[in-house]
Structure formats: C-alpha cells, structure tokens
Design a protein around this ligand. Structure first.
Ligand code: GAP
Length: 519
C-alpha cells in the first residue's frame, strides 16, 4: 500500500549509507538521473548476477550478449519507435506542471481501489472471524458502486488508448474531475503525444552529421543480432538471448526516485519460438519469472499480474508483474508476446533474411518471440524498500532501543561480512586483518576498527551485512571469534576455521536458484 513517508525514509537512507546519490548533486542535481554509490553498486552487481546466472548459466538454451547503445538509425524506424514510442502528455495551465494523461487516470482508478480496500478493512474489524471477504465484495452496495466505477473508467480508458483518441482521454480526465496535485485545479490543456527517444548526432561536423538515438530498450540489439547468435552458437529453436544494459527515455513525468529515470538499466531476454507456440511459452515465462521474484522472499502478497490496458505497438499479449512499492502497486517487469513483429520489420527494412530453418518441419520461417523485460533499478528499489526495517529491540535492562536494518537476502547483500577487532591494540587488528585477507578471496568484506563495537554493528545492520566477525583477546589464545547474525543479532563463538563455511553457506546464490520452481 502507498506509503510516501516510507519512500522519503528510503531515499534518505540510500544516500546516507552510500547506495544512491542524485546525479551531479554539487550542481544542484540532474532530474531523474542517479548515481550508485559504494554499497549501491555492489547490490546492483549482485542483482545482475542473480538475473544473468538464472537465465544464462542455468538454461542450456539461453546465451547472453552485450550490444552497443548507438545503433543504425533505421533500426528505430523499423522497430516502430520513431513512429509510435510516445506517451500522451497533458499540462495543467495553472501549475504549469506536465503529466502523463494515462498515469493521471491510472492513479485516479487506484484511489477508488484504495477506498474499496479501506471498506474491506473496516468490515473485517467489525465482523472479526465471521467476516467473509468474497461475500462482502459481491454484496456490499458501496463496494459494488465503486467497482462499477472502476470498470467503466477502465473500459473507456482502454478504448481511448487503443483508438489513439486523445480527445476522449482528456474528456475522461475532465469527466472524472481529476485535479492537478500541485495547483488543485482542473484547468487542463489538450492531450498531445510526446516521443520518448533522446537523439544526438553522429560524427564531428554537425552539417554532415546523422541523427542517431540513444536506445530506449536493449531488446533491439538482440533482434538485429538474432542471426549472428543463432548461426555462430548453432542454436536450435526454442532458444533465448539475454542482455543487461543501459536504456534512455525522455520521461515526461520522472518522479518517484529510481522508479522512473531518464537513464536506467534493463535486463531483457528474447525467447525465439516456433510460430503457434506463443501461448504455451508466454505462460511458461510468466510462471518462471514470478517464481524468480518470490525466491527472494520480499513478501508473497507484494506481487500481482496486470494485463496491459493498451498493448505496445510490438505486442500481441502483455502482462506486467507489479510490485507493492512504497508508491503502491507499480510495474516491475513486463512479459510480452511480440509475435514476429521485430524480426519481420528488420527483415523488411534491412533487406536481409532473418529466418530459421526448422529441420523437423523442413521449412524456413521468421520465429516468434516471448520477451521478459525487467528494470534493474526498479528491482533495486523493490529490494531496498522491502528489506528496510525500523525495529524496536528489547535490551537486557528492560529498556528499548531502535535499529535500522536492511534485511536483504544474504546472497544479494553488498558486504557479506565485517571483520571487527574489539579494540585497536594488543595485536587484535593484526589478527583481524589476517582473517579478512583469507575471506576477501571469496567474499566482499569490510574491516572496521573505529567506534564502539555496538556502533559498528549498527552501521553494518544499516547496509545489510549478514555477518559481523569480532576478534577479541580470547581469539589470540584459542583461535576463536564471535560471529553475529544480522537478523537474530545472536552471537556465537566459533573456531576461525569455520568462518568461511558459515558465510559461504548462507550467502551462496544457489540458495536462491534452488527456490525457483519449474526451472
Ligand atoms: N523491451 C520492452 C520494454 O522495454 P517496457 O515495459 O517499456 O518494455 C521494461 O520496459 C521494463 O523496463 C519495465 O518493466 C521497467 O522495469 C523498466 N523501465 C521502463 N522505463 C523505465 C524508466 N524510465 N526508469 C526505470 N525503469 C524503467
């Protein structure tokens, strides 16, 4: 459920602990562009590894590539992005703020849904164990009226989007009395289409230069290399090509931290299949992707599928995996049935055959494609926001204190272990560094000797370090250390020889991979 206060806390925490900084901050920042700090980049790399290995390493028939951001400009005409990659925008004449018309309507619809949820909560409290939610949703007059309202908005909204009826999109905003969140007025301009691609010039002499685009999705780099990979990898259908890389979109409404950025990273996989098998593979990838998410334990209530109100120009079926972000349920990943749209277009525009000879059917055809596409930065936000916990702890003397802890899955945690000498003397730092040196070959570890041990524990809780290894005077005598678990805060005395195995067992990505069902 939407929690704007939580989002503010997370943004502040991400900055304070070196996860995310506003880009160009000392020059007052650049809107909707962010930099990842020393802990952020580690978490990001671990997410990439979880995605990449689950696609490329664990599937015999999926390979990875890394294509250039700049591509031949004709590609974006063929792919339909020059003509159709746009968002409907609307301005409020009083606040001069610009919005996406579709987002205004979606948010309005979500508000009505939240009212229904509140009605349910209230009734649940009133009736206690007797409460039958399904029956309530089917019979309560107020809920039924609100649901009917949502349905009628959805129907009109989908028609307007699918028919590119920008006038009716505006009329829907007017009829629903949607107000500008800044000025509070209903003084709207007409709705216009706005292309989201950034362009620049290739070459050093501007008169001779060619306009080229910064790719708005990584997928096209895969499509134009389809034949290269299929031939050199001797790939047989069905097979997939995966890629992680930057994408750029001149978003009209770029708010909500790293949720909607102008420069971001995508993790995309195009799965090439026989025409006619798209429904089977669409279901297959829907199940596999939701299982990949759920393996992370971010809360199984936090996901839902949402079929698109309007299909993108390339898609014949599309669904989003939505996640319950601090801004409410929003798109985290898209799964799209792209048919043969992209390869056929590139075949036509390039004049090169992009077909597959199917030995079983003894014929050539353009393969169909199922795409899975997830924003790395959105995945980062999903993990950060769901693992951020503000906990109250009972102390031995009966008093309480609070701690902020990031309960990130140990396999994704930026730092796996902190090695801490209890004091900065008596040979403890030397012993601690000895342990650190050994652990560094396998894990990202940190050494810290400044401040009290309690403060150091808190600092590592705040960045999600699963283990703190403390070296004390006893360590010099019997080769033991204490190991503290981030989540339980329990400390155990163990032999130094056991440290590596304990960290390895808990932080191994295999723990995640094994939980992915139907692999
Ligand atoms: N190749 C298909 C494609 O690009 P999309 O739904 O436009 O589909 C896929 O984008 C994913 O990329 C989204 O689900 C989202 O996670 C991420 N994404 C899209 N625009 C973004 C933005 N401006 N900032 C951050 N992530 C974004």
């Amino acid at each position: 459920m939407a929690n704007p206060e939580m989002l503010k806390k997370i943004i502040a925490h991400a900055k304070e602990y070196g996860f995310i900084f506003q880009s160009s901050e000392i020059y007052d920042g650049l809107s909707a562009v962010y930099d990842y700090g020393q802990n952020g980049v580690e978490l990001k790399n671990n997410i990439k590894k979880y995605w990449w290995d689950s696609m490329v390493k664990l599937n015999e028939n999926i390979v990875g590539i890394d294509t250039a951001i700049f591509m031949h400009p004709k590609i974006w005409t063929a792919s339909g992005h020059v003509g159709a990659f746009s968002d409907p925008l609307i301005d409020n004449k009083d606040s001069k703020k610009r919005y996406r018309a579709d987002v205004l309507i979606e948010d309005h619809r979500e508000k009505i849904q939240l009212k229904i949820n509140k009605d349910v909560d209230k009734a649940q409290k009133r009736f206690g164990d007797e409460f039958d939610k399904e029956e309530f949703l089917k019979t309560n007059k107020r809920v039924l009226d609100r649901q009917a309202k949502i349905d009628s908005i959805t129907e009109r909204f989908q028609n307007a989007l699918n028919n590119d009826d920008l006038d009716d999109l505006k009329q829907l905003i007017v009829d629903e009395g949607i107000i500008c969140p800044v000025s509070g007025s209903k003084n709207w301009t007409d709705v216009r289409q706005f292309n989201l691609m950034f362009d620049t010039k290739l070459g050093s002499v501007s008169e001779d230069a060619d306009k080229i685009y910064l790719r708005p999705e990584t997928a096209q780099g895969i499509f134009v290399n389809y034949l290269n990979v299929q031939k050199t990898g001797r790939m047989k259908l069905p097979f997939g090509i995966a890629q992680i890389g930057k994408a750029f979109r001149n978003e009209i409404v770029a708010r909500q931290f790293i949720f909607r950025m102008r420069e971001f990273e995508q993790m995309e996989m195009q799965f090439f299949i026989r025409p006619g098998e798209q429904e089977k593979w669409f279901e297959h990838w829907k199940n596999l992707r939701i299982s990949w998410h759920k393996a992370l334990n971010l809360g199984s209530e936090g996901y839902r599928f949402h079929d698109h109100d309007k299909l993108a120009h390339y898609a014949t079926a599309a669904t989003d995996i939505e996640f319950d972000f601090p801004m409410g349920f929003k798109e985290l990943e898209g799964i799209h049935s792209r048919g043969d749209f992209d390869l056929s277009q590139h075949q036509e525009f390039s004049g090169k055959k992009l077909q597959y000879f199917d030995p079983e059917l003894n014929k050539s055809y353009v393969p169909f494609v199922i795409e899975t596409s997830i924003g790395l930065d959105r995945m980062f936000l999903a993990i950060l926001s769901s693992s951020f916990k503000d906990e109250k702890i009972e102390k031995a003397d009966g008093k309480t204190e609070s701690r902020i802890v990031l309960k990130i899955h140990p396999a994704l945690a930026p730092v796996k272990a902190a090695v801490l000498p209890l004091v900065k003397k008596d040979g403890l730092p030397e012993k601690a560094r000895e342990i650190l040196k050994e652990l560094q070959y396998e894990f990202n570890c940190q050494y810290e000797e400044k401040d009290s041990i309690g403060k150091r524990y808190r600092r590592h809780d705040a960045i999600g370090t699963p283990f703190c290894i403390t070296v004390d005077h006893q360590s010099l005598e019997d080769n033991t250390v204490t190991i503290r678990d981030r989540d339980t805060m329990q400390q155990e005395r163990i032999n130094i020889n056991e440290v590596k195995n304990i960290i390895s067992e808990k932080t191994n990505m295999k723990n995640l991979f094994e939980k992915i069902e139907n692999r």
